[in-house]
Design a protein around this ligand. Structure first.
Ligand code: HEC
Ligand code: HEC
Ligand code: HEC
Ligand code: HEC
Ligand code: HEC
Length: 218
């Protein structure tokens, strides 16, 4: 019987099956990656009622985090600035700019600006800013170079494994207290030397306790 297909067709179809399998795997891999970052909205700026820029206010103007996030050292919640805080400058700086209009309106009406949340832990997780800030974890370690962000973004997926990576070995991340709010911090000695010293100085609990489920879920 005459061959209907040329013998090489066989190897071509085998190749294309392998190709198809690889493509499917690659595609679901890509989907998984997209889902990981999209599901946790990493590096996705969020639309806000006012185009507030940390790059301008922190990076260019050098305003301290605590000027606006006033409770970050005292409570679990970092705190969000009131319209009054914005107007302490913007009654003078660019008071007539169209970008400032929603702030002026909020100031007159007394209705606070409804900022959309960038980070939002599920309710079954306990998180506390003051405890971290007091024990040598810098804003930058969790929030990245905020001073370079035109709009605040999440820079870590902040899943349980991310929290645990540090709770298992906090010495890799601890900084001196005077560098907590600093952006672009570079340790002046090797991190393992500083880290070990600070674990003792700050009396950091053993990783066994820090990774206990009850620490974050209670
Ligand atoms: C002049 C006021 C001001 C200063 C100073 C400031 N912020 Fe903010 N911050 C805001 C406002 C307003 C928002 C809400 C808008 C947004 O999310 O972009 C915000 C949002 C954030 C968010 C996201 C909050 C969320 O919804 O999850 C983080 C994180 C943050 N700031 C960190 C910092 C850090 C770190 C510093 C200091 C390096 C800092 N901010 C300094 C006003 C300020
Ligand atoms: C300590 C003074 C100060 C405070 C407080 C302040 N701003 Fe500003 N803001 C400035 C200055 C200075 C500029 C000029 C922009 C620049 O630095 O390039 C500015 C510019 C802006 C602009 C124009 C767009 C931009 O970023 O260049 C917006 C919008 C704005 N601010 C919103 C806010 C909001 C909202 C708050 C309160 C959460 C706030 N500002 C608090 C000083 C301040
Ligand atoms: C150990 C990691 C970590 C450190 C350090 C940290 N943050 Fe956060 N931050 C978070 C998490 C997680 C959330 C989300 C909390 C939630 O949804 O309940 C958050 C939320 C915020 C918010 C939104 C308001 C709130 O409290 O939910 C602001 C503003 C903020 N952080 C500012 C700061 C500033 C300023 C610093 C440094 C002084 C800082 N953060 C240090 C992890 C951290
Ligand atoms: C970069 C390091 C780092 C990251 C990331 C981090 N933590 Fe922590 N966490 C610490 C340190 C250091 C302490 C202080 C431990 C101590 O006081 O002994 C701490 C303490 C805590 C405490 C209080 C424990 C206690 O018993 O006093 C809770 C709750 C907590 N972290 C939850 C979280 C959660 C939830 C996340 C993730 C969203 C997170 N942490 C991410 C370093 C980190
Ligand atoms: C350092 C803080 C921390 C510790 C310790 C911790 N968790 Fe979590 N856990 C989290 C955070 C944060 C989330 C939410 C993650 C997210 O939003 O994706 C979470 C989510 C979960 C979830 C929901 C499913 C998921 O994976 O998102 C379960 C179940 C859970 N944790 C169980 C545990 C158990 C069991 C332990 C002890 C072996 C434990 N956790 C210890 C921080 C912690």
């Amino acid at each position: 019987m005459a061959q209907i297909f040329h013998p090489s067709i066989n190897s071509i179809s085998r190749l294309s099956i392998v190709g198809a399998v690889l493509a499917v795997l690659g595609f679901s891999g890509a989907l998984y990656a997209v889902n990981l970052s999209y599901g946790h909205r990493v590096y996705l700026p969020i639309t806000q009622p006012v185009q507030f820029s940390h790059k301008h206010h922190v990076g260019d103007d050098g305003i301290d985090c605590r000027y606006c996030h006033t409770s970050v050292e005292k409570t679990n919640f970092a705190g969000m600035p009131s319209t009054h805080t914005c107007m302490s400058c913007h009654t003078q700086i660019w008071p007539d700019s169209p970008e400032i209009v929603p702030i002026r309106e909020s100031y007159v009406s007394g209705k606070p600006i409804a900022w959309n949340r960038v980070h939002d832990m599920p309710d079954f997780v306990y998180f506390n800013h003051a405890l971290h800030v007091k024990k040598g974890v810098g804003c930058e370690t969790c929030h990245g170079r905020v001073d370079q962000q035109p709009l605040a973004q999440k820079v870590h997926h902040m899943t349980m494994s991310w929290c645990l990576d540090c709770h298992r070995a906090p010495e890799k991340f601890l900084r001196p207290r005077n560098a907590i709010f600093k952006m672009g911090y570079k340790p002046s000695e090797p991190q393992d030397v500083i880290g070990k010293r600070l674990v003792k100085e700050y009396k950091i609990q053993h990783p066994r306790q820090l990774t206990d489920c009850y620490t974050c879920h209670h």
